[in-house]
Design a protein around this ligand. Structure first.
Ligand code: SAM
Length: 246
C-alpha cells in the first residue's frame, strides 16, 4: 500500500452487501416464522381458528407468516394501507379500519396475534398491548416486534441518504417509540406476557456501515463510539418476540 494513503471504502464490496441485504429482507422474519410454526402448529395442538394482524399495513406480515387459519383478520387505522392490502395478499382476509387500542373483538377470541412494527407507532402502546392480551385466547400466542433504540432508522440499510430525512420526519410526526431489549422485555412481562422466543431483526453492523458510508463518516469512528457505549451486540433495526399468556 502506498504510504500515507488513506484507507478507502470498498464500494464494490459495500454495494454487494447492500444488494445482499435487500435480498435478505425477504427472509427477515424467517427465524421467528420457523419458531412459530415449529412450536405451535400442530405439535401443541394449536391450529389457529382466528388470526389477527394488529396494524396490518398493506399486509406484509400476513404474507411473511403465511399462517393458515379458519379466519384471518387485519386491522389498521390507515384506510390507505388497507386499500393496498387487498392487492398485496392473496389469502382471504377480513379487513377492519380500526384502532388497536380499542380492538372490536370479544375477550379471548383470537388464537394468534401478529403485531409487527406497530406499537412503536401507536399513541398509547401499553393500551394497545393490554387490548391484545384481552382478546388473546388462553393458549394463544402473540408475535410482536418493535423498533430497537440501538438501531431503528440508523440500522436500516435500505434507506438512501435522500430518504433518510423524510424517514426521520415521518418517525417524528408519528412519535415513533424506540425500545431497548430490556425495556420492552420488562413491559411485556409486567403486562402478563411470557416471552418464549426472541430475535433481532433487520441488519445490524452492516446497516450501520451503510448509514455512515452514505453520510461519509469514518467507519472506525463509529466502531469506537459503539465499542465505547458497549452497544455493538445490541444493534438491530428491530426486536421481535413470541409471547404466550402467563
Ligand atoms: C410500520 S407499519 C407496519 C405494518 C405491518 N405490520 C408490516 O409489518 O408491514 C405500522 C402500521 O401500524 C398502523 N397503526 C399505527 N397506529 C395504529 C393504531 N392505533 N391502530 C391500528 N393501526 C395502527 C399504521 O397505519 C401502519 O400501517
Amino acid at each position: 500500500m502506498e504510504p500515507n494513503k488513506k484507507k478507502q471504502y470498498d464500494s464494490v464490496k459495500y454495494t454487494k452487501q447492500y444488494i445482499d441485504a435487500k435480498e435478505k429482507e425477504k427472509i427477515i422474519y424467517k427465524d421467528t416464522v420457523d419458531f412459530v410454526k415449529r412450536n405451535f402448529f400442530p405439535k401443541r395442538n394449536f391450529f389457529p381458528k382466528v388470526v389477527l394482524d394488529c396494524g396490518c399495513g398493506y399486509g406484509r406480515s400476513l404474507d411473511t407468516f403465511k399462517i393458515k387459519a379458519h379466519k384471518i383478520v387485519g386491522i389498521d387505522i390507515s384506510k390507505k394501507a388497507l386499500a393496498k392490502t387487498k392487492n398485496y395478499i392473496k389469502d382471504k382476509v377480513f379487513l377492519i379500519n380500526g384502532d388497536v387500542e380499542n380492538l372490536p373483538f370479544k375477550d379471548k377470541s383470537v388464537d394468534l396475534i401478529l403485531s409487527i412494527e406497530v406499537i412503536s407507532y401507536t399513541d398509547n402502546f401499553k393500551k394497545a398491548l393490554i387490548e391484545m392480551k384481552r382478546v388473546l385466547a388462553d393458549n394463544g400466542a402473540i408475535v410482536i416486534s418493535v423498533e430497537n433504540k440501538y438501531g431503528g432508522i440508523l440500522c436500516d440499510p435500505y434507506l438512501e441518504k435522500s430518504e433518510l430525512k423524510k424517514a426521520i420526519k415521518y418517525a417524528k410526526t408519528r412519535k415513533t417509540r424506540y425500545f431497548t431489549e430490556e425495556e420492552i422485555t420488562n413491559i411485556l412481562e409486567e403486562l402478563g406476557f411470557r416471552i418464549v422466543f426472541r430475535d433481532k431483526i433487520g441488519f445490524t453492523y452492516s446497516g450501520i456501515f451503510h448509514r455512515f458510508m452514505f453520510s461519509k463518516c469514518e467507519i472506525r469512528n463509529i466502531e469506537s463510539i459503539c465499542k465505547k457505549d458497549n452497544i455493538l451486540s445490541e444493534l438491530s433495526r428491530g426486536l421481535c418476540f413470541v409471547c404466550v399468556k402467563n
